[in-house]
Design a protein around this ligand. Structure first.
Ligand code: UT7
Length: 342
């Protein structure tokens, strides 16, 4: 496709700035919790979990390990793999469902700990859509000319706010962090070609983490009784996820005049392998074009998309010129997509 068709100038007629992904990093806690381990805590089984979700195991952080620790490790590795000095970062955006503290932002401490001060620091919360939101924000900052080099990370320690007696939620989630370093490129055809971000706050009550009784919605049917833990209406989220994942992919393809086979890879939020498999099969794509690693990590919320990106990058499965579609959905309810030419 030509630069003109992709839109190589912006609405003011200025030449568009391209974006290059320089390198990625990832960090997961060493402790593996298998489905069999979970079956000792709640009434569930390896068969039930793996058949309904595709998950076989997840990583669980040790007590005291926070989202900051994982994010710092992932950020350091991404900077190293990118081959840059941390001082070259203009900005670090950290997507997380639950920052370490309300104040300061976790991003500010990550910037300091990796030696990137005085780079800007921003936490983004769009729950499981968080990394794709952050990627879009980072891309826009570079495309506007305001920033040259931006680190975009997703990190979550979901195990710290799960009700380990609620089999409807505790089987799903895992802990991890990952990220990518973006920098301005002279090639306007490289980088983010299209982005979407959406929300429907009228449906918030299907996935929420209440602090106190006043957060419980009227006529609630899902609250497990444990505050500060994830509450989820699995069936509603499942319906929303199937429709949103397929809808976002279709809209991205239509808007850009692309066929499913033009995509080298779909990197989706890892919500449930059945949800991802149904989208892939409907598009007629082979298994290798929609990456799935939920079997090893569970749903790591903001970290799931960048963990996939890191694994694909390290395996050499993404090459220059590839069209890659990032897509995610989650609590809020929120969703986002980001179409890239790598
Ligand atoms: O990032 C977004 C976050 N969330 C998601 O993506 C989750 C989307 N939803 C899902 O993935 C699925 O809804 C779940 C995997 C959470 C649940 O699967 P489901 O097929 O929708 O199960 P269900 O909730 O309809 O429950 C079916 C049965 C119920 O028993 P009865 O009423 O039929 O006797 C549940 O009590 O399975 C039971 N059940 C379990 N059994 C064994 C629910 N959780 C478990 C469990 N182990 N862990």
């Amino acid at each position: 496709m030509s630069a003109a068709a992709m839109g190589s100038t912006n609405q003011t007629g200025r030449t568009k700035i391209g974006i290059r992904m320089l390198g990625t990093g990832m960090s997961v806690p060493p402790r593996v919790m298998t489905n069999q381990d979970l079956a000792k805590l709640v009434d569930t089984s390896d068969d039930w979990i793996s058949q309904r979700t595709g998950i076989r195991e997840r990583r669980v952080a040790a007590p005291g390990v926070t989202v900051r620790h994982l994010a710092v490790e992932a950020a350091r590795q991404a900077v190293q793999n990118a081959g840059i000095d941390p001082k070259q970062l203009d900005m670090l955006i950290l997507a997380t469902t639950r920052p370490e503290m309300v104040c300061p932002s976790t991003a500010a401490r990550v910037v300091a700990e990796i030696g990137a001060s005085p780079a800007g620091a921003l936490d983004v919360n769009a729950v499981c859509s968080g990394f794709v939101y952050a990627l879009n924000v980072g891309a826009s900052m570079i495309q506007s000319g305001a920033m040259r080099t931006v680190a975009v990370l997703g990190a979550d320690v979901m195990s710290a706010f799960l009700d380990w007696k609620d089999r409807g939620t505790c089987i799903l989630f895992g802990d991890g962090a990952a990220g990518v370093i973006l920098t301005a490129s002279d090639d306007p055809e490289q980088g983010c070609l299209r982005q979407t971000m959406g929300s429907d706050g009228n449906q918030w009550q299907h996935l929420y983490c209440p602090r106190s009784a006043q957060d419980i919605p009227p006529n609630d049917t899902i609250f497990s009784g444990a505050f500060e833990t994830m509450q989820m209406n699995g069936r509603e989220i499942y319906r929303f996820a199937v429709a949103t994942l397929q809808g976002e992919i279709d809209r991205a393809l239509d808007a850009m005049g692309l066929k499913p086979s033009d995509l080298a890879m779909i990197i989706s939020h890892q919500s449930n392998s059945r949800i991802m498999e149904s989208a892939r099969q409907r598009l007629g794509l082979p298994p290798e074009k929609l990456y799935i690693n939920i079997d090893r990590y569970g749903n790591t919320s903001s970290a799931s998309v960048p963990i996939c990106l890191h694994e694909l990058w390290q395996a050499g499965r993404l090459k220059a010129g590839d069209l890659v579609l990032f897509v995610a959905l989650g609590g809020g309810l929120t969703w986002a997509s980001s179409l890239w030419r790598i």
